[in-house]
Design a protein around this ligand. Sequence first.
Ligand code: AMP
Length: 284
Amino acid sequence: MVRPHDSFASMDTDLYSIRMLATLSGEHLSGAEQLAGVGEIDALAAALARRALEHSRGRADAIRISIENIAQAQVVRGTLPGLRTVQVDTFEMGRQVAKALLHAAGVSAVAADEAMKSLCNGPAAGGGTMRGAMLVDALTGQRLEPDARRGVRVSRLGMTAETREILEAKLDACGLNNDHVREALTLAGKVISAEGIVAELCWSDDPDYTAGYVATPRFGYVRFPHMKPLHSTLGGRAFFVSPMGNSRLQDLIRYLETTPWLACNLGAIQGTLTVGAFYESLEK
Ligand code: AMP
């Protein structure tokens, strides 16, 4: 498990971005990124190497870990989205409710369908998983990322130690205090803070992990315990964007990939809702 040991909440310590990317037979296997204080770096590097070596899809044959200092002045401070879980019993139901949520957030049916089809078939050009996310036009469903094999990898993101402590206590109370949820919530926080992002859709490529989520600026982070069949290794992420010109798209990609983003606050961490109650909440 990747967990910092000391605090950079006071921002008086040097801040580093640590990233891990691992491949197996030339294909993306695992990746992780975090902002951390100087005193956490050695333990984090060891934990990330271990994660790549013990991945459920196989043992990495190449692991790259990069560590770089981040100037405090560049850091954008943000808030983690609120979290809710919708109790769906099957992945078909999970996808159906996720589509309704995407629609309520402003994603067209054709764009949601195209993105889900890509996640089901393997979103990388030629099939298989990507190391980053697809960028999808929220109206037309057109793919916009410059490299459809690699995708856009969100990097330089994290939370203060104080935020982490509160988050862990709240997630513990719902039985959700694990790497998957903490890391995905942080990633979604940075993604939906970006100008032009309408929504994010994700389900994991980890064969043992069937949960997925939709995150939007208005509805926060909504988890579905079932979004794909158990043992499927196909998954990924789609970032739906409002129609924009090329220069704004380049700014968006630069923000996602390079601007350091640190959560200093968090939204409400709520329990589980039935599908019916969730649909009602969308209408309010
Ligand atoms: P995971 O949730 O780690 O199982 O990742 C599932 C998929 O989401 C990966 O195969 C990537 O396609 C994508 N992904 C993971 N991390 C990132 C990231 N930092 N930025 C963009 N896409 C990511």
